[in-house]
Design a protein around this ligand. Structure first.
Ligand code: FES
Length: 112
């Protein structure tokens, strides 16, 4: 079972950029990389910094504070200093709308 809810308009998520939204009380960074949209919890696992303020490249997002990188598909850190994953959520596009399910993280070893 899924709980997809509308999160944003597709046009509002810039290419190789982010849009911070709140879905069912969860802060999310919607990220467009290579034309695909991902949903990742909007907080670095190293400290409480919004990942939506980071740089996006090749399906990864970089935290601006200390440079940790996270894979947008798995939430796993690909660059130190972060060592813990960040929750990533099912995300799909229907028409002009991005839908996200914040209740069923894709990486089940993390909490939403
Ligand atoms: S707060 Fe994100 S890398 Fe340190």
């Amino acid at each position: 079972m899924t709980d997809f809810v509308p999160a944003a308009a597709v046009a509002d998520v810039p290419e190789e950029g982010t849009l911070a939204v709140e879905v069912d009380g969860v802060e999310i960074a919607l990220v467009n990389s290579g034309g695909e949209i991902f949903a990742i919890h909007d907080e670095c696992s190293h400290a409480q910094i919004p990942l939506s303020e980071g740089e996006v490249e090749d399906c990864e997002i970089e935290c601006w504070l200390h440079g940790s990188m996270f894979d947008l598909r798995t939430g796993k850190p690909t660059g130190l200093p972060a060592t813990e994953p960040v929750p990533v959520y099912p995300c799909k596009v229907e028409g002009d709308t991005v839908l996200v399910d914040v209740h069923h993280p894709l990486n089940t070893d993390t909490e939403s």
